[in-house]
Design a protein around this ligand. Structure first.
Ligand code: CA
Length: 230
């Protein structure tokens, strides 16, 4: 499976052993993991790796987890990234909740890895459903991320791997306008250099693929902005 299909988890934890155990287990579950050992590094890495979800320890040296959370939740470009806060005691969780940091979930240490994985998946089911196997539907189009199959009505569509990733990106957020740069980040990944014109080429292929058995073109070109589904 191409790397861009796997969600990126940013693990922010200053205890090396805990950071490694958590990262190792996330990788074993098929996630791509970025590691940060303090708040400053976490804030920097968010811009670098554009994570799909953040597991954030509360007690960090210098910039605390609460502060990292608050900053990310106040930025329009990172507000939507789910944050799971880790805390040592339940009273701390109550306090963090009271501080209204905007964290999406809280887990108390010591936590069970099984439970934490379930919480990570639950958040991704909401924000990146195709990455955790949720079947996506839009009008008469149905995309199954597990079998890698796309149907339009009853007909199976032939789709290249890049077109499949493009379509799942669109189907996760129908109506959202994606710029070419955003599509490059999401579908090709940040670490690969691809020209934005490549996006147009694959959009053209996707359009053709979606109409291979007939049907309207569900993709919209938004002048000066990018592309949207519906
Ligand atoms: Ca800590």
């Amino acid at each position: 499976m191409p790397a861009a299909d796997h969600p990126i988890v940013l693990v922010v934890e200053d205890e090396p052993a805990q950071r490694e155990v958590l990262s190792y287990n996330l990788e074993a579950e098929g996630f791509r993991v970025a590691r940060a050992e303090n708040g400053e590094e976490a804030l920097m890495m968010v811009d670098e790796v554009s994570p799909d979800i953040i597991v954030l320890d509360w007690m960090l040296p210098n910039v605390s987890g609460i502060e990292v959370c608050r900053r990310l939740k106040s930025r329009p470009d990172t507000r939507g990234v789910p944050i799971i806060m880790l805390s040592a005691r339940s009273e701390e969780v109550d306090r963090v909740r009271g501080l209204e940091t905007g964290a999406d979930d809280y887990v108390i240490k010591p936590y069970s890895l099984v439970e934490l994985m379930a919480r990570v998946r639950a958040q991704l089911r909401r924000t990146r459903p195709s990455t955790v196997g949720v079947v996506l539907e839009f009008a008469d189009i149905r995309l199954d991320p597990e079998s890698h199959k796309v149907f339009r009505g009853e007909k199976l569509l032939k789709l290249g791997p890049t077109e499949f990733r493009l379509l799942s990106t669109f189907m996760e957020k129908p109506g959202r306008v994606w710029s070419r740069e955003q599509l490059l980040d999401r579908v090709w990944g940040r670490d690969i250099y691809v020209d934005t014109r490549t996006v147009d080429v694959h959009i053209g292929r996707l359009r053709k693929a979606l109409s291979q058995h007939g049907g309207d073109d569900p993709l919209r070109t938004v002048r000066g902005a990018g592309y949207a589904l519906g």
